[in-house]
Design a protein around this ligand. Structure first.
Ligand SMILES: CC(C)(COP(=O)(O)OP(=O)(O)OC[C@H]1O[C@@H](n2cnc3c(N)ncnc32)[C@H](O)[C@@H]1OP(=O)(O)O)[C@@H](O)C(=O)NCCC(=O)NCCS
Length: 260
């Protein structure tokens, strides 16, 4: 399993200017990775943000295991947002997630990132905090120089979301995540089944399986550029002309032969 060990050695501060009516200036928000001491704070935030009850082992894992990219946004010593993601080999995904990439990527080298959790404290929402956290994740996986062990092998970043979670859906759509699939009864929340969506963001050249529209678009683009289609058409035309010319000369030659 791929790890995130290199992140843990880095303490850093990201400064991004934004804010029209922001609740805090992003200049004052620091980013750092979660550590075991954050467990209680993270648990109380997640209980407030998510309808799902996570087990204690999940909180222990995300605050201590190197398997997770668990980044917190901190304002005045308090965690106000966090993103938790995990890198997985594409071939080991559950059946319902295996269709997010084209079959060209079905190799043991292909990795994907799964966002387990992204949340921002209510009073700090719409200030760009989630955008900042997501940008760091994307930058690490698909920036100009993603570091080993992942290099450019992560081809998609994906997540599941309740179909009723409008604010999260609007957020991910604004960030150009694409709706990939509808998952009926995907969640069990307080004993009731709820539907989910899968959203995907493609990176490092990854793309969804092609449909008819994509093939038509490809041919149209090739024709527009003149690459691929024109040489093919020209080769066919040349063959046809050569055949026609030869059969013409053959006919003339046989006609000349029978002339007295
Ligand atoms: C979804 C969530 C993480 C967004 O966090 P945030 O810090 O408020 O998001 P940002 O400020 O970076 O928003 C970026 C853009 O997303 C869109 N957006 C975010 N929240 C929105 C909302 N409630 N309504 C409409 N658009 C929204 C907007 O286009 C926004 O840009 P703008 O503010 O310039 O208009 C936050 O609402 C949250 O924590 N929700 C509860 C937890 C949750 O459901 N997490 C997702 C689980 S999959």
């Amino acid at each position: 399993m791929a790890g995130f060990s290199w992140y843990l050695s880095e303490g850093f501060q990201v400064i991004i200017e934004k804010s029209r009516e922001a609740k805090c200036s992003l200049k004052d928000v620091q980013l750092r990775f979660l550590c075991p001491d954050d467990l209680e704070e993270v648990r109380s935030l997640c209980r407030d943000w998510f309808p799902i009850e996570y087990p204690q082992s999940w909180y222990e894992d995300i605050t201590s295991s190197e398997r997770f990219f668990a980044l917190a946004a901190v304002y005045k010593c308090q965690i106000i947002g966090l993103i938790v993601a995990e890198i997985k080999p594409y071939l080991k995904l559950n059946a319902e997630d295996r269709g997010i990439l084209s079959r060209w990527f079905a190799s043991k080298d292909t990795l994907v990132a799964y966002i387990l959790s992204l949340g921002v404290a209510r009073s700090f929402r719409r200030s760009g905090v989630a955008t900042m956290l997501l940008d760091v994740l994307i930058g690490q996986l698909a920036g100009p120089a993603p570091r080993p062990p992942h290099d450019h092998r992560v081809k998609a970043i994906f997540l599941h979301v309740l179909t009723t979670n409008q604010e999260a859906i609007l957020f991910y759509e604004k960030r150009r995540f694409r709706l990939h699939s509808f998952l009926p009864y995907y969640y069990s929340i307080k004993g009731r089944c709820k539907d989910g969506f899968t959203y995907v963001y493609y990176v490092n050249g990854g793309h969804a399986p092609w449909g008819l529209y994509d093939y038509v678009k490809y041919v149209a683009q090739a024709a527009w550029r003149g690459g691929g289609l024109y040489p093919w058409l020209w080769a066919k035309l040349r063959t046809a002309l050569t055949i026609a010319w030869h059969s013409e000369s053959k006919m003339t030659w046989s006609a000349t032969k029978v002339m007295p």
